[in-house]
Unconditional design. Structure first.
Length: 268
Protein backbone atom coordinates (compact mmCIF):
# COMPACT_ATOMS: atom_id res chain seq x y z
CA UNK A 1 0.00 0.00 0.00
CA UNK A 2 1.39 3.38 -1.01
CA UNK A 3 2.09 5.59 1.95
CA UNK A 4 0.74 9.11 1.94
CA UNK A 5 3.45 11.71 1.85
CA UNK A 6 3.48 14.06 4.83
CA UNK A 7 2.48 17.61 4.09
CA UNK A 8 5.40 19.94 3.66
CA UNK A 9 5.82 22.41 6.48
CA UNK A 10 7.14 25.84 5.63
CA UNK A 11 10.17 26.83 7.68
CA UNK A 12 9.50 29.56 10.23
CA UNK A 13 10.09 33.07 8.98
CA UNK A 14 13.27 34.60 10.35
CA UNK A 15 12.80 37.33 12.91
CA UNK A 16 14.82 40.51 13.11
CA UNK A 17 16.18 42.92 10.56
CA UNK A 18 17.33 42.35 6.98
CA UNK A 19 19.94 44.93 6.01
CA UNK A 20 20.29 46.70 2.70
CA UNK A 21 23.68 48.45 2.68
CA UNK A 22 22.68 50.93 -0.03
CA UNK A 23 19.47 51.96 1.75
CA UNK A 24 21.37 52.26 5.01
CA UNK A 25 23.99 54.51 3.40
CA UNK A 26 21.26 56.70 1.93
CA UNK A 27 18.89 56.86 4.91
CA UNK A 28 20.79 55.73 8.01
CA UNK A 29 23.97 57.78 8.03
CA UNK A 30 22.67 59.74 11.03
CA UNK A 31 23.41 56.64 13.16
CA UNK A 32 27.17 57.21 12.83
CA UNK A 33 26.87 61.00 12.70
CA UNK A 34 25.14 61.11 16.10
CA UNK A 35 27.66 58.87 17.87
CA UNK A 36 29.94 61.63 19.20
CA UNK A 37 28.88 61.16 22.85
CA UNK A 38 29.52 57.41 22.94
CA UNK A 39 32.80 57.84 21.02
CA UNK A 40 33.89 60.42 23.60
CA UNK A 41 33.01 57.91 26.34
CA UNK A 42 35.19 55.32 24.59
CA UNK A 43 38.05 57.84 24.29
CA UNK A 44 40.06 55.73 21.80
CA UNK A 45 43.83 55.99 21.93
CA UNK A 46 46.50 55.38 19.33
CA UNK A 47 47.75 51.80 19.35
CA UNK A 48 44.81 50.35 21.26
CA UNK A 49 43.16 47.25 19.84
CA UNK A 50 39.43 47.95 19.58
CA UNK A 51 36.61 45.71 18.39
CA UNK A 52 33.69 47.55 16.78
CA UNK A 53 30.78 45.19 17.44
CA UNK A 54 27.97 45.57 14.90
CA UNK A 55 30.10 47.78 12.67
CA UNK A 56 27.54 47.98 9.86
CA UNK A 57 29.02 49.50 6.73
CA UNK A 58 32.15 50.61 8.59
CA UNK A 59 31.56 54.38 8.54
CA UNK A 60 32.12 54.74 12.30
CA UNK A 61 34.86 52.09 12.30
CA UNK A 62 36.70 54.29 9.83
CA UNK A 63 36.36 57.30 12.14
CA UNK A 64 37.73 55.31 15.08
CA UNK A 65 40.64 54.02 13.01
CA UNK A 66 41.58 57.63 12.20
CA UNK A 67 42.52 58.09 15.88
CA UNK A 68 45.41 55.66 15.45
CA UNK A 69 43.65 52.79 17.22
CA UNK A 70 43.88 49.34 15.62
CA UNK A 71 40.33 48.48 14.62
CA UNK A 72 38.56 45.22 13.91
CA UNK A 73 34.94 45.54 12.82
CA UNK A 74 32.54 42.65 13.08
CA UNK A 75 28.96 42.30 11.85
CA UNK A 76 26.44 39.53 11.21
CA UNK A 77 25.10 40.98 7.93
CA UNK A 78 26.98 39.81 4.79
CA UNK A 79 25.87 42.90 2.85
CA UNK A 80 27.11 45.24 5.57
CA UNK A 81 30.39 43.35 5.89
CA UNK A 82 30.92 43.63 2.12
CA UNK A 83 30.35 47.39 2.30
CA UNK A 84 32.67 47.74 5.29
CA UNK A 85 35.41 45.74 3.58
CA UNK A 86 35.21 48.05 0.58
CA UNK A 87 35.63 51.01 2.93
CA UNK A 88 38.48 49.31 4.82
CA UNK A 89 40.67 49.04 1.70
CA UNK A 90 41.61 52.70 2.12
CA UNK A 91 41.62 52.91 5.92
CA UNK A 92 43.28 49.57 6.61
CA UNK A 93 41.09 48.16 9.39
CA UNK A 94 39.98 44.52 9.53
CA UNK A 95 36.39 43.33 9.03
CA UNK A 96 35.02 39.94 10.14
CA UNK A 97 31.66 38.25 9.65
CA UNK A 98 30.35 36.74 12.93
CA UNK A 99 27.21 36.88 15.06
CA UNK A 100 27.79 38.54 18.42
CA UNK A 101 26.83 35.36 20.25
CA UNK A 102 29.77 33.40 18.79
CA UNK A 103 32.64 35.86 18.54
CA UNK A 104 35.84 33.81 18.16
CA UNK A 105 38.19 36.24 19.94
CA UNK A 106 39.94 35.42 23.23
CA UNK A 107 41.48 38.18 25.38
CA UNK A 108 42.47 40.08 22.24
CA UNK A 109 41.13 43.60 22.70
CA UNK A 110 41.72 46.62 24.92
CA UNK A 111 38.15 47.78 24.30
CA UNK A 112 34.92 46.63 22.71
CA UNK A 113 32.79 49.41 21.25
CA UNK A 114 29.26 49.18 19.91
CA UNK A 115 26.90 51.81 18.54
CA UNK A 116 23.25 51.15 17.66
CA UNK A 117 23.77 47.41 17.32
CA UNK A 118 23.14 45.58 20.60
CA UNK A 119 19.38 46.15 20.48
CA UNK A 120 19.18 44.02 17.32
CA UNK A 121 20.20 40.97 19.40
CA UNK A 122 17.02 39.26 20.72
CA UNK A 123 16.64 39.13 24.50
CA UNK A 124 17.25 35.35 24.81
CA UNK A 125 20.60 35.76 23.00
CA UNK A 126 21.87 38.68 25.08
CA UNK A 127 23.65 36.61 27.78
CA UNK A 128 25.61 34.65 25.14
CA UNK A 129 26.54 37.85 23.30
CA UNK A 130 27.75 39.59 26.45
CA UNK A 131 29.72 36.50 27.48
CA UNK A 132 31.41 36.52 24.05
CA UNK A 133 32.27 40.20 24.47
CA UNK A 134 33.79 39.45 27.88
CA UNK A 135 35.93 36.65 26.40
CA UNK A 136 37.17 38.99 23.67
CA UNK A 137 38.46 41.51 26.21
CA UNK A 138 41.62 41.49 28.25
CA UNK A 139 41.09 41.77 32.03
CA UNK A 140 40.35 45.34 33.19
CA UNK A 141 39.56 46.40 29.62
CA UNK A 142 36.44 48.38 28.77
CA UNK A 143 33.15 47.80 27.02
CA UNK A 144 31.54 51.04 25.83
CA UNK A 145 28.28 51.06 23.93
CA UNK A 146 25.10 52.85 23.01
CA UNK A 147 21.94 50.99 22.05
CA UNK A 148 18.20 51.43 21.99
CA UNK A 149 16.88 51.60 25.54
CA UNK A 150 13.52 51.37 27.28
CA UNK A 151 10.91 53.36 25.36
CA UNK A 152 12.96 53.51 22.18
CA UNK A 153 10.86 54.36 19.08
CA UNK A 154 7.75 53.73 21.20
CA UNK A 155 5.32 55.60 18.95
CA UNK A 156 6.68 53.91 15.82
CA UNK A 157 6.39 50.46 17.41
CA UNK A 158 2.81 51.05 18.59
CA UNK A 159 1.79 52.27 15.13
CA UNK A 160 3.39 49.26 13.42
CA UNK A 161 1.83 46.86 15.91
CA UNK A 162 -1.59 48.37 15.21
CA UNK A 163 -1.28 48.35 11.42
CA UNK A 164 0.41 44.97 11.00
CA UNK A 165 -1.91 43.33 13.50
CA UNK A 166 -4.64 43.67 10.88
CA UNK A 167 -2.51 41.38 8.69
CA UNK A 168 -1.98 38.83 11.46
CA UNK A 169 1.59 39.94 12.13
CA UNK A 170 2.94 40.61 15.61
CA UNK A 171 5.35 43.42 14.71
CA UNK A 172 7.15 43.32 18.06
CA UNK A 173 7.81 39.59 17.90
CA UNK A 174 8.85 39.81 14.24
CA UNK A 175 11.32 42.64 14.89
CA UNK A 176 12.78 40.81 17.92
CA UNK A 177 14.45 44.01 19.13
CA UNK A 178 15.58 44.42 22.73
CA UNK A 179 15.24 47.80 24.42
CA UNK A 180 16.18 47.34 28.10
CA UNK A 181 16.10 49.65 31.07
CA UNK A 182 19.39 50.59 32.79
CA UNK A 183 18.57 48.25 35.70
CA UNK A 184 17.96 45.24 33.44
CA UNK A 185 21.10 45.78 31.37
CA UNK A 186 23.21 46.40 34.47
CA UNK A 187 22.21 42.95 35.73
CA UNK A 188 23.02 41.34 32.37
CA UNK A 189 26.44 43.01 32.26
CA UNK A 190 27.24 41.98 35.82
CA UNK A 191 26.19 38.40 35.16
CA UNK A 192 28.55 38.35 32.15
CA UNK A 193 31.55 39.42 34.23
CA UNK A 194 31.52 43.21 34.02
CA UNK A 195 31.44 45.97 36.58
CA UNK A 196 29.35 48.92 35.42
CA UNK A 197 31.06 52.30 35.68
CA UNK A 198 28.17 54.29 34.21
CA UNK A 199 24.86 53.61 32.50
CA UNK A 200 22.12 56.04 31.56
CA UNK A 201 18.96 56.32 29.49
CA UNK A 202 19.17 59.30 27.12
CA UNK A 203 16.03 60.57 25.33
CA UNK A 204 17.12 61.69 21.84
CA UNK A 205 14.48 62.83 19.37
CA UNK A 206 16.27 62.23 16.07
CA UNK A 207 15.70 64.19 12.84
CA UNK A 208 14.87 62.03 9.82
CA UNK A 209 15.86 64.10 6.77
CA UNK A 210 14.58 61.41 4.38
CA UNK A 211 11.25 61.13 6.23
CA UNK A 212 9.40 58.37 8.06
CA UNK A 213 8.70 56.20 5.01
CA UNK A 214 12.43 55.93 4.27
CA UNK A 215 13.11 55.10 7.93
CA UNK A 216 10.52 52.31 7.90
CA UNK A 217 11.89 50.86 4.67
CA UNK A 218 15.43 50.95 6.05
CA UNK A 219 15.01 49.92 9.69
CA UNK A 220 11.89 47.74 9.66
CA UNK A 221 12.13 45.94 6.33
CA UNK A 222 12.58 42.59 8.07
CA UNK A 223 9.04 43.03 9.40
CA UNK A 224 7.47 44.72 6.37
CA UNK A 225 8.84 42.12 3.95
CA UNK A 226 6.35 39.64 5.43
CA UNK A 227 3.68 41.42 3.36
CA UNK A 228 3.09 41.25 -0.37
CA UNK A 229 4.18 44.42 -2.21
CA UNK A 230 0.73 46.05 -2.31
CA UNK A 231 -0.07 45.30 1.35
CA UNK A 232 3.41 46.50 2.27
CA UNK A 233 2.89 49.84 0.53
CA UNK A 234 -0.53 50.24 2.18
CA UNK A 235 0.84 49.33 5.62
CA UNK A 236 3.62 51.90 5.31
CA UNK A 237 1.13 54.58 4.25
CA UNK A 238 -1.15 53.76 7.21
CA UNK A 239 1.76 53.79 9.65
CA UNK A 240 3.01 57.13 8.35
CA UNK A 241 -0.51 58.58 8.67
CA UNK A 242 -0.77 57.42 12.29
CA UNK A 243 2.62 58.92 13.16
CA UNK A 244 2.21 62.22 11.32
CA UNK A 245 0.47 64.08 14.21
CA UNK A 246 3.12 63.12 16.79
CA UNK A 247 6.43 62.76 14.93
CA UNK A 248 6.20 65.44 12.23
CA UNK A 249 6.43 69.11 13.12
CA UNK A 250 4.44 72.01 11.66
CA UNK A 251 7.10 72.59 9.00
CA UNK A 252 6.96 69.00 7.75
CA UNK A 253 10.14 67.75 9.47
CA UNK A 254 10.07 64.16 10.70
CA UNK A 255 11.65 62.92 13.93
CA UNK A 256 12.04 59.45 15.43
CA UNK A 257 11.38 59.09 19.16
CA UNK A 258 14.72 57.53 20.04
CA UNK A 259 15.71 56.67 23.61
CA UNK A 260 19.31 55.51 23.93
CA UNK A 261 21.00 53.39 26.59
CA UNK A 262 24.67 54.41 26.95
CA UNK A 263 27.13 52.61 29.21
CA UNK A 264 30.76 52.11 30.17
CA UNK A 265 31.66 48.78 31.78
CA UNK A 266 34.91 47.11 32.82
CA UNK A 267 35.83 43.45 32.33
CA UNK A 268 36.48 41.95 35.77
Amino acid sequence: MKQKSSPSIAPPRPTGQIWDADAYAANGRFVANLASAVVALLNPKSGERILDLGCGDGALTEQLAATGAILTGVDVSPTMVAAARTRSIVSGFKIDLHPAESLPYKARFDAVFSNAALHWIPAPNQPAALAAVRRALRPNSRFVAEMGGHGNIAAIRVALQTVLGRHGIDAEAAAASFFPSPAIYTRLLQQAGFSVNSIELVPRPTPLPAGMEAWLNTFRNGVLDRLNPQDRANAIAETVALLRPVLRDAEGNWFADYSRLRFHATAI
